[in-house]
Every structure is written in C-alpha cells, then in structure tokens.
Design a protein around this ligand. Structure first.
Ligand code: GLY
Length: 353
C-alpha cells in the first residue's frame, strides 16, 4: 500500500484575517475546508478538462487559461456569472488553478458585493510557492502587470502537488525559480537542498517537492506577516522581478524563466553595489544555469529597458531594487532607471551562456 501523503499546515496571520495554508492536501478532499453555505468554483479550461471529476459538487465558472485573460473584462464576465448563479454576500468563491486563477479569483471575491470569502486549490508549483500565498490579488491593465488589485488573504490555500503529474515540464521548472529566489534572499539551506537533490527535484519526487513547497510557504509567511502591505521588507520577494517582468513581456517567457534571467542581472549588480562575494555569486549563477530555467534567448536590450522604464514610471517613485549581500540575505538598494540601464548594458557584455 502507498504510504499516506504527508500533510503539513500553517496559519498566515494577516491584519484582517487568518489564512490557512495546507501543503500536501488533496483536491479530492477540498470539501473538508469549505464552509456549509453556497460555494462557486472558478477554474480554467485546462484544469477543468483534467480534474473536473475531482471537484467538489458546486457550480463552476470556467475561463480560458493564461496570463492574457487576467483583465478587467474577465472580472466583469465572472461577476455576471456569479449573479446568474445566484451568488450573494454569503457565497464562497473557490479558485482551482495556478497563479492566474488565484489572482483573478481573489480579486473578484474581494470586490464582488464589497467582498465575499474565498480560498484556493493551488495547482502549479509557481502558484503554490508564491502567487496563491500572501494575499496579493489582481489583474493587469494593458501592459501593466497587476496594476489593479487588493491585499486580501484567502481563507485557505490547498497545495496539492499530486496535480503536478499533469504539469508540463516547462511550467514545473518555471516554478523552481521562485524557490531559488527564497534561497537567495532568505534561506541559504534551501539551495543546499537544491544542490543535493537535483535529480529527485527533476523527477518531482513527492518527498522533496513537499519540502520545497513547505519551506517556501514558511518563508513567505514569515515575510508577509512582518509586512503584509509591502511597505518595506516584502519588497525582497521582488528579487529578480524588475528585469524579470520586462524580459517576460519582451521575450514571451514563462514567469519563472524570465525571473531566472532577472536574478542573474540582480546577482551581477549585487557584486557591484552590495559587495556580494564573487565566489557566492558564481555559486548562485551555477545553480540557476543548472536548473534548466534559461531558454537561451538573446536579450533585446532596448526593448527590455523600455518596458522596465515604463513599468517603473507608473509608480512615480524611486526604484527599490533588491540585491543580496550574501546568499540568504537580501538588501534594498534605492536607484534610478538610468543606473539600472547602465548595469544591464554591462551585464549583457559579459554574459557567457
Ligand atoms: N509575489 C510577491 C509577493 O507576494 O509579494
């Protein structure tokens, strides 16, 4: 007989509410976490086609998959569907899917009738270790990623990594970028795990996947509880994302793939602005190179800089760029788009992969 899967649970304490994060739970047992009253499910076509028979028996709203549906038009469509299903203030919205579904479900629930309760079954590695945990919900506006959104904690996040058996290889590897990020900014031992269990991670062995998700959500809990609304510390979670977002947009990479490039740029700048030891920098770089995250693009400097500058201009404030001064410790560096542009040009001149 197969050993029973390990389940571990933590509570993330938001200012307004608690969020229960269950690692190793199963989609089939979602009913245990749901309230007695009306539940409506939001999912995408891919997840619905694969897993609808395992959903709890409630009405389902199905949308198209992918980042391009993270829009206000989709939000309006879902509001309308909720009304058609007879939703009211006591309805519970359950998002079943990856980062896009969790972002949209959280935003819809936080705004429909001034806010209804919601929770997630998080189905991808990327959403389990990052997007679904911590209460950031929102949609894009034109080219601006996550410009419209709220901070609001889900009642629960169920991380079912059995669902990874149908997750395409590229998407699984993309999720590893956020785990590497936690190792670099907060917990060096996560990188030891990476180095010692490379093959098990590649093969998605349940025990090691459990550890990666569990350690990641614990780091996220610790950071979010200290700074839920991103006034300071939470910014460290953006390590690799300033250039990552721009590269994702320009080269059409998956989020984690682009963040991997963004982390390489940030490591380069860390050596110059935060005294990161070159040996540590090389170690971190080798780990990223070995992870299979890099798609061998030729970064388009002008377009990337252009998107990065536009992205930063919208907030009208100085850039809080995240560096590391040693593996496992992030620092914030206040800078300007022009300085970043110069560093990016220098980085491009020396890349050897
Ligand atoms: N994904 C970064 C954060 O939740 O703050």
């Amino acid at each position: 007989m197969e050993p029973a899967p390990k389940i571990q649970e933590l509570e993330l304490e938001g200012k307004k509410s608690l969020s229960r994060v269950v690692v190793g739970g199963s989609l089939r047992n979602t009913g245990e976490y749901l309230p007695e009253y009306q539940v409506i499910i939001l999912t995408d076509e891919n997840v619905y086609d694969l897993y609808a028979p395992d959903f709890p028996a409630f009405p389902v709203i199905v949308i198209k998959p992918g980042e391009s549906v993270k829009t206000l038009a989709t939000v309006e469509f879902i509001y309308t569907e909720l009304v058609k299903c007879g939703a009211d203030r006591s309805t519970f919205l359950l998002g079943i899917g990856g980062g896009v579904i969790c972002d949209i479900a959280g935003f819809v629930a936080s705004t429909f009738m001034r806010g209804i309760e919601f929770g997630f079954v998080s189905t991808t590695l990327l959403s389990q270790v990052d997007a679904s945990v911590g209460g950031k919900n929102g949609v894009n506006l034109g080219n601006f990623k996550n410009l419209i959104g709220v901070f609001n904690q889900p009642s629960f996040v169920l991380c079912d990594y059995e669902l990874f058996k149908t997750l395409p290889e590229r998407e699984y590897i993309s999720g590893l970028a956020e785990v590497i990020k936690y190792g670099l900014i907060r917990e060096a031992s996560l990188l030891e795990l990476f180095a010692s269990k490379t093959e098990d991670i590649r093969q998605r062995k349940e025990e090691v996947v459990h550890d990666l998700v569990w350690q990641s959500v614990n780091i996220k809990k610790e950071v979010v509880e200290k700074d839920e609304f991103e006034g300071g510390l939470r910014r460290i979670l953006n390590f690799g994302h300033t250039f990552g977002h721009a590269i994702e947009k320009v080269h059409g990479l998956l989020h984690g793939e682009a963040v991997a490039y963004g982390m390489l740029v940030a490591l380069y700048i860390s050596g110059r602005e935060a005294n990161l030891d070159p040996v540590e920098s090389e170690r971190a770089k080798s780990l990223i190179l070995a992870s299979g995250l890099l798609r061998k693009i030729k970064p388009d400097k002008n377009q990337i800089i252009d998107v990065m500058k536009k992205d930063k201009k919208k907030s009208g404030e100085k850039i809080h760029f995240i560096l590391i001064d040693t593996i496992g410790h992030a620092v914030e560096w206040e800078t300007t788009p022009e300085k970043l542009e110069n560093f990016f040009s220098d980085w491009l001149k020396q890349i050897d992969f």
